[in-house]
Design a protein around this ligand. Structure first.
Ligand code: NAP
Length: 344
């Protein structure tokens, strides 16, 4: 029997029907033994250090079908995290190792099936980057890698937007986890890039001009060649009016539609896509793993040479997780949103 200590957890109180509220999640303190219980062969007991706050969590809180296990009522929810192994009955993991992958929203987790857990290999890099910009950097081809944590910005921008030097690029939610990278990729490619963000504070962080005059697109007097869409809805409709001939629209996400609308908003001006021969395509990064080596080839040197900046928005303590998640859907985050549960 190991030492028994308290374990703060974030519990799903009810499935979300329409808009997410902080009260859909609650905090509970339970007890956990710091030893793998007998009969749990192949399990790993971890102390959670960082938790990633991602848009897909709302879909699981709504019990929508995703290619992921559902959340269980009255139990801790889960997501991506960085953790330290405290005990292991799995041959691949040893006490003291740092890992990242799926873990519970709690201080300590007993992970019975660690097939979505990967070792942190390069300890010189910030640990939080393993659930942000670096993600699957060290996963091997044989490991199953989550569909949600491949580099959406890279796949979406380079594969679906086919950018060329000198083209005009617009990105929505430009200071967020995905948007901030799209903007930098566009700049590196030699494009003219403008992003939108929800506040002046965010525009100070975003590494491109930010059009706070919603839907006016005054920075694009000659129109937009490429739109990287993170929000959908009215923004997409407004952009379609400004697209140039043979423009490209990469549909990465539609966060404006996830939360409150039982009836999704319509896009009423699709005729622009026809008249301007716009190529508009949705994508899931999980379908494009073959681009992963190319992604590493480009991004790792850029990180090491500090030619890419990655802004993080870090909430302190497991207690802050429900509020932080709620903030993602109301645009409170500036950069990649995560929670630090413990710094060691
Ligand atoms: P993020 O941009 O860091 O955070 C979400 C941002 O969306 C908020 O900060 C806010 O920015 C904006 N937002 C929130 N609610 C909104 C609303 N009702 N209307 C308009 N904007 C709203 O999040 P992320 O993790 O980088 O994800 C960005 C998008 O990528 C999401 O749509 C997500 O679903 C999508 N995604 C797609 C894939 C894929 O494989 N295709 C994978 C992962 C994520 P502002 O305040 O600046 O508007």
């Amino acid at each position: 029997m190991g030492e028994e200590i308290s374990n703060k957890q974030v519990i799903l109180s009810n499935y979300v029907k329409t808009s997410v509220k902080e009260s859909d999640l609650s905090l509970r303190t339970s007890k956990i033994q710091l030893k793998i219980p007998s009969g749990c062969d192949g399990a790993v007991l971890v102390k959670n250090l960082y938790l990633s706050i991602d848009p897909f969590i709302l879909a699981l809180m709504k019990n929508q079908e995703l290619d992921l296990p559902s959340f269980t009522l009255d139990s801790p929810i889960y997501g991506f995290g960085v953790s330290k192994v405290l005990d292991s009955s799995h041959p691949n993991f040893k006490t003291g190792e740092l890992v990242w992958g799926f873990t519970g929203w709690e201080e300590y987790s007993l992970i019975k099936d660690p097939d979505q857990l990967f070792k942190v290999q390069d300890k010189d890099l910030p640990l939080s980057y393993f659930i942000g910009i670096l993600e699957v950097m060290y996963a091997t081809e044989n490991q199953r890698v989550s569909r949600y944590h491949f580099r959406h910005a890279y796949v979406g921008f380079f594969k679906f937007c086919s950018p060329k030097k000198g083209e005009t690029v617009y990105v929505s939610a430009a200071s967020g986890a995905v948007g901030q990278l799209v903007g930098q990729f566009a700049k590196i490619t030699g494009c003219y890039v403008v992003g939108s963000a929800g506040s002046k504070e965010k525009s100070a962080f975003a590494l491109m001009k930010v059009d706070l005059l919603k839907n006016k697109f005054r920075y694009f007097p000659d129109g937009i060649d490429i739109y990287f869409d993170n929000v959908g809805g009215k923004m997409l409709e407004a952009v379609l009016n400004s697209m140039r001939l043979n423009g490209r629209v990469a549909l990465c996400g539609m966060i404006s539609q996830y939360n409150s609308l039982e009836q999704p908003e319509g896009v009423h001006n699709l005729i622009n896509a026809l008249v301007k021969r716009v190529h508009m395509e949705g994508f899931f990064t999980s379908d494009h793993y073959y681009l992963y080596p190319k992604f590493l080839e480009m991004v790792v040197p850029l990180i090491k040479e500090e030619k890419i900046t990655y802004v993080e928005d870090i909430a302190e303590g497991i207690e802050s997780a429900p509020g932080a998640l709620f903030g993602l859907y109301s645009g409170r985050n500036v950069g990649k949103l995560l929670v630090v549960v413990s710094r060691e």
